[in-house]
Design a protein around this ligand. Structure first.
Ligand SMILES: *Cc1c(COP(=O)(O)O)cnc(C)c1O
Length: 395
């Protein structure tokens, strides 16, 4: 699935940089990638140094264990880079993610934090050593207990639905127990588990640090009402990154706010978990898409909504963009452009507007940045368009 298409690279990749443990062909710059490339598809770029830096920010600053939410970008090179940077815990949601993490990092600890699992997925994960599972209803609790043979070493995490907050992408619409149900689940699970936890997700790309405080206060009031001991609090994901028009506060503010809320709500001394996805890899990846045609302010690219630009299309996010061309010419002024993807579907449009040099033309490459999370991970093969070329740029 992640085969890297060396055949599309005309010149051999530069000798592996000592910091490149990704197994990908590595280059010093995007220009070197483009001059070595002979393929016809878009190119996915990973910046391992940026991913490692984001991991260090969390490992040093987050007041608990850092679980990487694999769905944000399951590329083996991302998993290897995070492992090398010191990430030892992985939040998985499917049998294939369990197998993938186990293959790349056999001694990693996995947490199955999808609240709805097939019975086969539970048995499979347990056989792979997974002991942490989340659930948000009584039926799922019974499934977990039955499929693990009422094991006495389970760590179960009750997933809470949060009252409506202001994350850009709310995640409480589909999963999570309401207040009364959560109280019942805590009481019911306590007798069967080795460790009982609570987990929530404030919503992805959460720009308000106070959302974590609110969620922790909500967790505390539910635990108090249930009147059972809880051993773990999982603050979920949601940590934001900068996109044009969305400038989050520094990550240190989030960590300070969470630290303070943990103290305020009496969670000192228990296990604390966090599940960043986006914040660990978004800035460490981009897509190089070629302009196949320009019609006025519309650029037809070889990647789009069914490739790595799903959020640019469906959520109208404006990702940062850069022009790359082999023969640099004076770029002049920039203008606003709209992108069309390569498929025949009229939903395959990214409104932007994206600011690019006014003289951009067919054959130029656009680097769409901050796509390391929920970019390549969402790409499909619709209409015969997809790319198997992923490279590392050691910048
Ligand atoms: C998607 C997801 C995450 C990661 O969310 P980000 O917003 O990318 O940090 C973490 N935990 C769970 C349960 C998720 O579904």
């Amino acid at each position: 699935m992640f085969k890297s298409d060396y055949a599309s690279l005309a010149r051999p990749a530069i000798l592996p940089d000592a910091s490149n443990r990704t197994g990908l062909p590595a280059f010093a710059s995007v220009n070197e990638v483009l001059s070595a490339y002979e393929g016809d598809d878009a190119i996915y770029v990973l910046y391992p140094k940026k991913i490692a830096a984001a991991a260090r920010t969390f490992l040093h600053g987050f007041p608990g264990k850092v679980l990487y939410a694999v769905k944000a970008n399951p590329h083996p090179a991302v998993l290897k880079t995070l492992w090398t940077a010191g990430i030892r815990h992985f939040d998985v949601a499917s049998t294939r993610e369990v197998e993938l993490v186990n293959m790349i990092a056999p001694s990693a600890r996995m947490y199955f934090m999808h609240p709805v699992k097939s019975r086969a997925a539970i048995r499979h994960a347990y056989a792979y050593g997974v002991r942490d599972f989340s659930f948000d209803c009584m039926e799922e609790l019974h499934k977990l207990l039955a499929e693990t043979g009422y094991a006495d070493d389970l760590n179960l995490h009750v997933r809470l639905a949060l009252p409506k907050g202001d994350a850009i992408m709310p995640l409480s619409g589909k999963f999570g127990a309401g207040r009364e149900e959560a109280v019942e689940l805590l009481k019911a699970a306590r007798a069967h588990v080795s460790m009982l936890g609570m987990t929530f997700h404030v919503g992805s790309q959460c720009l308000n640090t106070a959302e974590y405080n609110r969620a922790l206060a909500w967790s505390r009031s539910i635990i108090d009402e249930a009147d059972v001991a809880v051993d773990s609090i999982d603050c979920g994901g949601g940590f934001p990154v900068a996109y044009p028009g969305m400038t989050p506060k520094p990550m240190g503010n989030y960590f300070a706010s969470i630290r303070e809320a943990l103290r305020e709500h009496g969670f000192d001394g228990i296990q604390i978990l966090g599940e960043p996805g986006r914040a660990l890899c978004a800035q460490g990846g981009s897509t190089l898409a070629r302009v196949e045609l320009r019609k006025g302010q519309d650029l037809y690219l070889n990647d789009g909504s069914y490739g790595s630009l799903f959020d640019a299309a469906q959520c109208a996010w404006k990702f940062p963009v850069k022009l790359h061309r082999s023969a640099p010419r004076p770029n002049g002024q920039s203008e606003a452009f709209r992108f069309f993807g390569p498929t025949c579907d009229s939903l395959d449009v990214m409104e932007g507007p994206f600011d690019l040099p006014a003289d951009i033309e067919e054959g130029d490459w656009v680097e769409v940045c901050h796509l390391g999370a929920y970019g390549q991970a969402l790409a499909s093969r619709f209409n015969g368009f997809h790319s198997e070329t992923t490279v590392a740029v050691m910048a």
